[in-house]
Design a protein. Structure first.
Length: 462
């Protein structure tokens, strides 16, 4: 009996390790998928991913252990996200024959193609696609909560973030320096001579790299919590790769000329470091190191960010046509503030409301503001759910960062707080969180926030 039990445990352990390796493979694969969800590349990925989920569930039945403490910690978050998916489903299926909408639009000038469905969503097909994408992101977050259950795996996923970010930065810089475009140039809307890699929008490359910095920032933060008093040999070795990865990604962000990506990262770093300095007594600032970092950043900024510096000097923080777009979006929101027009409806609604506004003759599928975008499509119901999700995530991250006794876990949550804040700040002027692979990575980081405090810890005094 003992021999059978031992073999069973060995098989379960091998299955668990194999599942984790497959998960990391999907994690890397995800970063190379195209923007559009309704493409063969995404269909292939989703088929394989859901097959993997089924295999994982079968393995659970066969005895692979499930540490559910991360799931239990995230139960309120899971409920909010489930409610959000239910709301999208209701928008898709519930009729609304008596809908009164578009009072602020020029109804006499409605285009011939505009034929809204009389449901809660005026475009149920697009709402269905959005629902399918949200189900995927939710599934990825839940399996991340289940699988990130040890210090070893936490370190590995943080390293994976760094490797993926470094790989995309390398691809983008090589293409930039060789003046090669890796995307269809027909899709480009200006800004040709910038680093963008496989992303059509340079701001999205920047947003993706900022999220991937969660790995390098975690290990840099850990340097302070382990109380190295000086740059001893051990500290230098342990910090070299994270600092190099961080610097390499920052160079690429500068080459992308993304003001939103750079500013959101700098502001988030300053806020979280200030919070750390005020709330965690053991955190001290090595001013000599800070001075060296500033000199290094100044050199990098001058050499790689000269065009970005020129943009700042000429345009400052000008938002271009975004304020006009936001005013039109608010006018549309006023006609359906509570229930919205339906998930995925922004492009259709905006095209009706824009009238003769002095905007480029392109299709505006995004509001360049996550909160206005969600409000228009999903109404106040969807907006309240989204704000609640963000509030819950930030609350848990702050608590784990401040009170956790593990250097690794505290550092991880500090890094999560930085990159989540940066992503949310950038989403106020961009649509980075509408890009599915960026959104998926965002929710894997959220899974880190809820899973990491409940893994086995090595304690330090903070």
């Amino acid at each position: 009996m003992k021999l059978l039990s031992s073999k069973k445990n060995q098989v379960a352990s091998l299955l668990s390790s194999g599942i984790w390796c497959i998960y990391l493979t999907f994690f890397v694969w995800l970063s190379f998928l195209p923007v559009r969800f309704d493409t063969p590349a995404w269909q292939t990925f989703l088929f394989c991913f859901y097959l993997f989920l089924g295999f994982y569930c079968l393995c659970l039945l066969l005895g692979v252990s499930l540490r559910h403490r991360g799931l239990a910690n995230a139960k309120n978050l899971i409920l909010l996200l489930v409610f959000g998916q239910i709301w999208l489903l209701l928008q898709e299926v519930l009729p609304n024959e008596a809908r009164s909408f578009m009072a602020h639009a020029n109804l006499s000038a409605l285009p011939d193609w505009f034929n809204p469905a009389y449901k809660l969503s005026i475009v149920p097909v697009k709402t269905h696609l959005l629902l399918l994408s949200e189900v995927f992101v939710f599934s990825l977050m839940v399996i991340s909560l289940c699988l990130i259950n040890s210090r070893k795996r936490l370190k590995q996923i943080l390293v994976a973030f760094g490797v993926v970010g470094g790989l995309h930065a390398l691809i983008a810089l090589l293409a930039y320096w060789s003046k090669t475009h890796l995307v269809d140039m027909v899709q480009l809307d200006g800004h040709f001579n910038v680093a963008r890699g496989i992303f059509v929008n340079r701001n999205h490359l920047s947003a993706f790299l900022v999220l991937c910095l969660v790995g390098s920032i975690s290990f840099i933060y850990k340097y302070h919590f382990t109380r190295y008093n000086n740059l001893a040999a051990k500290a230098v070795v342990s910090l070299f790769l994270p600092v190099a990865a961080f610097s390499f990604s920052v160079i690429c962000i500068l080459a992308s000329q993304s003001r939103g990506g750079l500013l959101s990262l700098v502001v988030s770093l300053l806020i979280v470091v200030a919070f750390t300095r005020l709330q965690i007594k053991s955190f001290t600032i090595n001013w000599k190191l800070v001075f060296l970092v500033l000199i290094g950043f100044g050199f990098v900024f001058f050499y790689f960010g000269s065009v970005l510096l020129e943009r700042f000097s000429q345009e400052g923080i000008s938002l271009g046509e975004r304020p006009t777009q936001w005013l039109i979006t608010l006018r549309a929101i006023a006609d359906a503030p509570w229930l919205g027009f339906g998930g995925g409806s922004y492009g259709t609604v905006f095209q009706v409301y824009r009238e003769q506004a002095e905007l480029r003759q392109v299709i505006y599928n995004q509001a360049h503001n996550q909160f206005l975008h969600v409000w228009l499509e999903q109404g106040f119901v969807g907006l309240a759910l989204w704000v609640s999700v963000l509030g819950l995530v930030i609350k848990n991250s702050l608590f784990a960062f401040k009170y956790n006794k593990s250097a690794l876990i505290g550092s991880c949550n500090g890094a999560c707080l930085i990159v989540i804040s940066a992503a949310v700040l950038q989403s106020g002027v961009d649509f980075n969180l509408q890009i599915l692979n960026i959104r998926a990575y965002f929710f894997v980081i959220i899974a880190l926030v809820f899973a990491s405090p409940h893994i086995r810890q090595r304690l330090v005094n903070k």
